[in-house]
Design a protein around this ligand. Structure first.
Ligand code: NAD
Length: 497
């Protein structure tokens, strides 16, 4: 009998045996791994009230002590790296190496949070007017909230709460209902690291707790990562309720392949970047744009993609895992069928895919289309599966026009030996994260994760300096100290002299 997992509320793991629940299924077998409770209105109120109380004392805690909590946390995460990755692999289906990468990319953000004192330094100018100085101070906001998707259940929550809390805030986290066990383990380790009670609250469920967080007057800022329609809903509702919101949404990432690019590098990078994690990455390459003669490599690409297969998370030969749920598989099957009906050429079809011993898994094999046009649903919709579509253009300018006409702007890459072509592409392309001979250019945490256009709603991005700005408020203090000189009468102008 599967167990109902608890929620972390007011510093206690609250038993939720009598809650309504959501089944969390192993995507390779459909076996129920656990039951995620649906947070009640009372849970949500308790969590926010406790987070508010906890923040009052946490904001007074010296910045070095806040950094020390993060140092202990990153140490514990490293110690438990493989154990967390195993939980993550079981509930997402990711292969073990990829699951470890998911945890590791989160740990790197916690490492960055250890550096919080330098990140929170303000600015000063002496003598802004005669004997008057101005300084800016960076102060925490209060209670912040995070809503995370299924596809990176360790990395994305770790983009959010460690930095927000290091800044002096408290945090209410609502992870995806499809893989909630990873976040519970991350939260247990945070408490083990010495986090004061109430700083981090974990609520489970689907849309209901999200809507409550978006409208609650005590939530100051909301970080969201997920699909476009939900991202737009979160951004609209949160800002309508006068909150600061950053919403990272869906993507359709293009790799532009110039004819002078190193062919072997191009092909192996394309296979990994399109099919890794079953294509369920917001930075996956889902469109390959072949410029000029590079289109001759498409047949060889199909051969290489044929050589990889999905499998169970602990199978070292598995290139990737199943899709997260049967509905996701059905969506990908529909898009493959529509692509064929709309006239694209299916060079490799993974629709009918099976894995020995796992007849009920949400498997889709590597799939490759050529002759795709911008009007086809294969191109317009985010597929989020191991499906790569190939398009052909004659010039780099046409490739740039194609990419810039896409409503999305999360990531892109160009493969070329020409510095001039690469420089032109990086400058002209309207996408927030560009790789030059790097297929998935996710910046490390000392930079920020900078999606653009329909892939992001807001202004300050995730992690790095921008996240510290997002989770804080700036206060400027202008100071004058009087000496004993005689007062020359009231100053009636706004100018400081
Ligand atoms: P999703 O939008 O279905 O869910 C995201 C979160 O929102 C979950 O916690 C879910 O419970 C909640 N939610 C779902 N429906 C809701 C509703 N109607 N109202 C309020 N909350 C709701 O996304 P997903 O399927 O879990 O994740 C995949 C999507 O996330 C893809 O589109 C992918 O591109 C995107 N993604 C984007 C980034 C990025 O950085 N841009 C990173 C990872 C994933």
């Amino acid at each position: 009998m599967a167990k109902v997992i608890p929620q972390l509320i007011a510093g206690q793991w609250r038993n939720c045996d009598h809650h309504e629940v959501i089944e969390v299924l192993d995507p390779a077998t459909q076996q129920v791994l656990c039951l995620a409770p649906r947070a009640t209105a009372e849970d949500i109120e308790d969590a926010i009230a406790s987070a508010k109380t906890a923040q009052f004392s946490w904001r007074e805690t010296p910045v070095s002590d806040r950094a020390r909590l993060m140092l202990r946390y990153q140490h514990l995460l490293k110690e438990h790296h493989d154990e967390v990755a195993e939980i993550l692999a079981k509930e997402t289906g990711k292969n073990f190496a990829d699951a470890k990468g998911d945890v590791w990319r989160g740990i790197e953000v916690v490492e960055q949070a250890c550096n919080i004192a330098s990140l929170m330094m303000g600015e000063t100018v002496e003598n802004v007017a005669r004997e008057i100085d101005t300084a800016s101070w960076i102060q925490p906001l209060g209670v912040c909230a995070g809503i995370t998707p299924f596809n990176f259940p360790a990395m994305i929550p770790l983009w959010m709460f460690p930095l927000a809390i290091a800044c002096g805030n408290s945090f209410v986290l609502k992870p995806s209902e499809q893989d909630p066990m990873t976040v519970n383990r991350l939260a247990e380790l945070f408490i083990e690291a010495g986090a004061p009670a109430g700083l981090l609250q974990v609520l489970h469920g689907a849309r209901e707790p999200v809507d409550a967080l978006l409208t609650h007057p005590d939530i100051r800022a909301v970080s969201f990562v997920g699909s476009v329609p939900v991202g737009q809903h979160v951004y609209r509702t949160g800002t309508q309720h006068l909150k600061r919101v950053q919403a990272f949404a869906g993507a359709k990432n293009h790799m532009v392949i110039m004819p002078d690019a190193p062919k072997d590098q191009v092909l192996s990078n394309l296979v990994g970047a399109s099919c890794g994690a079953a294509g369920q990455r917001c930075m996956a390459i889902s469109v390959a744009v072949f410029v000029g003669e590079s289109k001759q490599w498409i047949a060889e690409l199909a051969e290489q993609m044929k050589g990889i297969q999905p499998g169970y998370w602990n199978d070292p030969a598995a290139a990737f895992g199943p899709l997260i749920n049967p509905q996701a598989k059905q969506r990908v099957l529909r898009l493959i069928a529509e692509g064929k009906a709309e006239g694209a050429e299916c060079l490799l079809d993974g629709s009918d895919c099976s894995v020995a011993g796992y007849p009920d898994g949400n498997w889709i094999g590597p799939t490759l289309f050529s002759g795709v046009t911008p009007k086809m649903s294969l191109y317009r919709e985010e597929i989020f599966g191991p499906v790569l579509v190939c398009m052909e253009v004659d010039t780099l300018e046409q490739a740039i026009e194609l990419v810039n006409n896409s409503p999305y702007g999360n990531g892109t890459s160009i493969f070329t030996r020409s510095g001039g072509a690469a420089r032109h592409y990086q400058h002209a392309v309207e996408v927030g994260q560009v790789g030059i001979n790097v297929p998935i250019p996710v910046p490390l945490p000392f930079f920020s994760f900078t999606g653009w256009k329909g892939s992001f709603y807001g202004d300050l991005h995730a992690y790095g300096k921008q996240a510290v700005r997002f989770y804080t408020e700036t206060k400027t203090v202008t100071t004058r100290w009087f000496d004993d000189s005689p007062v020359s009468g009231p100053n009636m102008t706004i100018q400081l002299k």
